[in-house]
Design a protein around this ligand. Sequence first.
Ligand code: CAA
Length: 689
Amino acid sequence: MNEVTTLTREGDIAVVTLNSPPVNALSANVREGLFEGFKAAIADDAAKAIVLICDGRTFIAGADITEFGQAPKGPGLHEVQAMIEDAPKPVVAAVHGTALGGGLEVALVCHYRVVVPSARMGLPEVNLGLLPGAGGTQRLPRVTGVEKALEMMTSGRHASAKEAHESGLADAIVEEGKLLEGAIAFAQKIVADNAPLTKIRERDDKVAGARGKPEIFEAFRKSIARKTRGFLAPEYNIQCIEAAVNLPFDEGMKVEAKLFRELVTGEQSAAQRHVFFAERQVAKIPDVPKDTPQIDVKSVGIIGAGTMGGGIAMNFVNAGIPVTIVEQAQERLDAGLAVVRKNYENSAKRGRFPMEEVDKRMSMFTGTTNLEDLADKDLVIEAIFENMDVKKDVFGKLDKIVKQGSILATNTSALDIDEIATATTRPEAVIGLHFFSPANVMKLLEIVRADKTSNEVIATSMSLAKKIGKVGVLVGVCPGFVGNRLLAQRQREANKLILEGAMPWDVDRVLFDFGLPMGPFAMSDLAGLDLGWNKETSKGETLRDLLCERDRRGQKTGAGFYDYDENRVPSPSKEVEGIIRQYAEERQIQQREISDEEILERCLLPMVNEGYKILEEGKAIRASDIDIVWIMGYGWPRYRGGPMWYGENSVGLEKVLERMQHYEEKHGPDFKPAAMLEDLVAESKKKAG
Ligand code: CAA
């Protein structure tokens, strides 16, 4: 035994207890503890059955992800599993918290599984770009049947105890808080009944029906194709389940091993594992200690009932925090609240919650035209149009109205929050909470720390983000903050590229194929080209002016950069091609053939470069935070790890620098390499000798 495992005996039941915080992941130490623990329990003649249970918050949450890529140490997981599965006495897994990945695979080699009602079980490997590599792909379908296994393994979803019980994954549910007693009683009954040592590997009943029926798998592939575009792991998981159905167990295990090896050594899984840790890192702020006191936010005030204000408000109400919304005019307030109601009604119609819930949620909104009504709110978020004077005026008033100790936040996406804070006598209370549209849907929240923002206000904002289901990323004050600052780089190059000879649909195609949800021109058409454009004042100077003047204002007018049919399906536009060519000619911009590679490099590498400038200026804490911003807020594909990961690991920093220098020579200072990028490359060259 070692320090993470203990073996005790309750009557004639041996209990192997694992305790390896935080999540009992299957590190070398844990594998060794399990191996030794089971060996001793099996050798103990007085023990008629064995219970495996974990201390702490959870059952085994999977392989130790930090060990991937390192040389294997200690007994392998397969060895531990064989010892458990071949034990000559019944083994009962007692599950609380989550049995995930390798954890569930350990439970699946036990002869029985008992769970508490709050327990959850799943094979989430797909989210790490992997497949369950310890027999899970062969055992899960044998327990739950093919359909559920396909769905669970390609989504990584955790099944509830009830679902696990109904599907056969769990044999019994025992009282919450009484897992050990319940599991021991269960084991005693198995012993008394002389029940068989069921091995899932020997079962065939749940998979036989799908044998020789490839159409089941084809239909499933089609059903998830859109959601899983670009990802390798879902397809590999499906192939393993096909093997479980069509091949003997040991042959299926060989398929699993081969496909697992391919994934675990591949680029996608490395990127997705990076994202897993990046998502957890992002909550850690080096100079704001974990025990920083926080403000108890029980009520929120929002200024502005527009699309943004309404969307932001919904987040808090959904989390059970009442909101007071302020608008200047009653009609605007009514209109804003009507939009919120409509959104809720649409969600109810889609089955997200019952219709009665709409009124319940609406009852948590208070509308007012009086700023004074915000006096007692713990957090006030300003979400009005982007004008510094108006915002300063509002913050000046809030400073006089709102009680001391509250947070005064702005949802600005562009303005200097340090300057906004000067309108108050309490700059330490001022912070940016930059939501992304639609604010009730998008996961990202940029939390913008101004010069004087207090730790208390930062810590509270980070916790609140989690509470309302967002991923909060702490950034500094600079134009565009992190997300839009990178976006501006891509937009600038996309606009230049279409004048130099690439067509909008070329640029969009390259970025879509890279894995982004849509290219910049499809995006503009969706948002509307006339955002901020005015017919009366249009000077016909920009490409946008020219398109809008021809009523090509995007999807809503049936034409923008693309032509749209009645189902809004886009096709390249001859008219737009003509407009662009003429526009370029008039400005003497030489048009030429542009390769896909150039499109990709010019759109993406300046983003990586800008990321280094952001880090240099201390406007983001770490490169992986920038990755999270782009994954959560802009749909950067997880299997490409985020822009900074992509630059460093897929392209390589030396090449990023070399390409930036190359384009700088051709196209000027837009491509000037960041000093930090130059330093990093110089350093790594020095190290390499
Ligand atoms: N390996 C190593 N560390 C892990 C880990 C794992 N499998 N799972 C979680 N951790 C770490 C986290 O990084 C975090 O560390 P820090 O506190 O240092 O940041 C800590 O454990 C707590 O994790 P969370 O903050 O996520 O805690 P939570 O309570 O919100 O969630 C959880 C717990 C549901 C288990 C969640 O951590 C999770 O989903 N973990 C990953 C589970 C998973 O993917 N398992 C499959 C692994 S692959 C595999 O098993 C392959 C195979 O077939 C052999």
